[in-house]
Design a protein around this ligand. Structure first.
Ligand code: FES
Length: 186
């Protein structure tokens, strides 16, 4: 006949050892702890692989966008701050010039003349409403965009304009440069 441990009990003839129960609880806890540590280790080790499955996406603003109905723009020049574009309207004729300085990318300011002036720049004659001045390092640009003073190496960019067939709004395409004599007549 086996001696029953002091912590053992007999219940309906079934021997129950409380020492054995404690051991099982301890083993269960250690098992779960080991599994958790292993899972964390696997996650840390596998993170570079998981990350490599997600492409690095650079979200850039769209290069082609609507800016509004032609009638909504006043005669003369309107600065579209959000897009850093100057929109020119002369009656039913429109054109768009970038406000980004070609030196280091500051936003140029439009400095209007008291009265419009007839100008000819590189054999292109036009009615100048003013000039562009860069506040950063002093570059200056003619009213059609040509650089003439300061460190800017190139003229301001002129962008393609068209009418949206769906809404009739003006659409600027900053991915498409156009010659400085480009005009959209609506
Ligand atoms: S950024 Fe315009 S002159 Fe330097």
């Amino acid at each position: 006949m086996r001696a029953v441990a002091s912590t053992d009990t007999v219940d309906n003839g079934v021997q129950v050892s409380s020492d054995s129960g404690l051991d099982q609880t301890r083993r269960g806890f250690l098992g779960r702890l080991t599994a958790a540590v292993a899972a964390i280790g696997a996650l840390v080790a596998g993170w570079p692989l998981l990350r490599s499955l997600v492409p690095n996406v650079l979200y850039e603003p769209p290069k082609r966008f609507r800016i509004g109905n032609p009638e909504s723009f006043q005669e003369g020049v309107t600065f579209l701050e959000e897009h850093r574009i100057f929109l020119f309207r002369e009656s039913s004729s429109f054109h768009a010039i970038s406000g980004i300085c070609t030196h280091l990318g500051c936003t140029v300011k439009f400095s209007p003349f008291t009265l419009p002036q007839e100008e000819t720049v590189r054999q292109f004659s036009y009615r100048a409403l003013g000039e562009f001045h860069c506040p950063c390092h002093g570059s200056k640009f003619r009213g059609e965009g040509t650089n003439f003073s300061g460190p800017a190496p190139r003229p301001l960019t002129c962008f393609h304009l068209e009418l949206s067939p769906a809404t009739g709004e003006l659409v600027v395409d900053t991915a498409t440069d156009v010659p400085r004599d480009f005009r959209l007549v609506v």
